[in-house]
Design a protein around this ligand. Structure first.
Ligand code: NAP
Length: 322
């Protein structure tokens, strides 16, 4: 039984704790919040025995094997490194860090301690993404050389963390990371990145468009926004056809493959909360003594962070820590 501790019991931690109910082999044994009342409320909601009014107590709890870092991205590096230094494995929410430099220090800490660490790109573990990889490997669309993807919505609350520069806000890191990881999955590491963006009055990117060029002749075209409702779809085109990824492109329930031979609909639906698939992967890795998941390797996470850095540099968003 893998024993989890959660820090930052907000929106995604609530989804995570709901998902845990349908995953075998693990349970949440501790939760830490900056407020003991919030820790108690979360503990009551999900039947978690240990509730703490700080994060350090979760890291120091000998009952905890692995920590789920669900705080805003401005804290991911500090919280992850503290958990690793306390001897815990870590699943860290996306975006993994504010930038590649922070991500590298997290990865070095985990590798030097031989502890498990993963960027929580849950899309990769969903049935639809597994099918997507299988369709591409089978050669049905030929050589894939163009990925187009967008993820954006109009965030209504101007006080939301998405608009706060000090919390690592902006559309690129929160939402754009999904189109970028899809490009990474299909095309690898880009050779060159160009981008334009619209920076709002709080200093974060509210709309971004980037083109990634790959050594093998491929292109990625990605868009993200927090003030514009986008289709949130993706298309992967190859020499023999293309794959349509419907909304939401980071957690689709199906895929459509169109080739000269016809159209194939692939069902990728599932029961329950989709975060359960990444939780199952963490269990599998820890049980097998694997310190990285081959599905979201730490080297790939570093490459994704480096692409996000390049896009953000073009757009001109700098976080206070930088
Ligand atoms: N995988 C996904 O689909 C997905 C979806 C949404 C978000 N995310 C990622 O998960 C992370 C958390 O997002 P969320 O939407 O869950 O955010 P959220 O609802 O604001 O929750 C974040 C939690 O972090 C804690 N926290 C610590 N320092 C904070 C600070 N300075 N300001 C605000 N909260 C702070 C708060 O808990 P306490 O104060 O109680 O400790 C808060 O409840 C982000 O990195 C986000 O990108 C992932």
């Amino acid at each position: 039984m893998i024993r989890w501790g959660i820090i930052g019991p907000g929106a995604i931690a609530t989804g995570f704790a709901s998902a845990m109910a349908s995953v075998a082999g693990g349970r949440i044994v501790a939760v830490g919040s900056r407020s003991v009342e919030r820790a108690e409320a979360f503990g009551d909601q999900f039947g978690i025995p240990a509730r703490y009014g700080d994060y350090d107590s979760v890291l120091g709890d000998p009952e905890v094997d692995v920590v789920y870092v669900a705080t805003p991205q401005s804290r991911h590096a500090t919280d992850t490194i503290a958990a690793l230094q306390a001897g815990k494995h870590v699943l860290c929410e996306k975006p993994f860090a504010l930038n590649e430099r922070q991500a590298r220090s997290m990865v070095e800490e985990a590798r030097s301690r031989r502890l498990f660490l993963m960027d929580a790109i849950w899309s990769r573990f969903l049935p639809s993404y597994r099918s997507l990889v299988e369709v591409i490997s089978s050669g049905r669309i030929g050589e894939p050389n163009l990925v187009e993807a967008d993820f954006g919505f109009r965030a209504g609350d101007p006080n939301h963390r998405l608009f706060k520069r000090e919390l690592g806000g902006g559309g690129l890191l929160d939402l754009g990371v999904y189109p970028v990881q899809l490009c990474s999955l299909v095309l690898g590491i880009p050779e060159h990145v160009v981008a334009e963006g619209v920076v709002g009055e709080t200093g974060v990117d509210e709309m971004v468009a980037a083109v990634l060029r790959y050594g093998g002749g491929g292109l990625g075209v990605v868009k993200a926004a927090i003030r514009t409702n986008m289709a949130c779809t993706a298309r992967i085109s190859g020499t023999e056809g293309w794959i349509e990824v419907p909304a939401m492109m980071h957690c689709p329930n199906s895929l459509t493959v169109r080739t000269f031979g016809g159209t194939e609909e692939i069902d990728g639906s599932y029961d329950g909360n989709g975060l359960r698939f990444e939780i199952a992967e963490v269990h599998r890795c820890i049980e097998n003594g694997e310190t990285e998941s081959p599905t979201v390797s730490l080297d790939e996470t570093l490459a994704i962070m480096s692409t996000l850095d390049a896009i953000r540099a073009s757009v001109g968003v700098v976080f206070p820590e930088e």
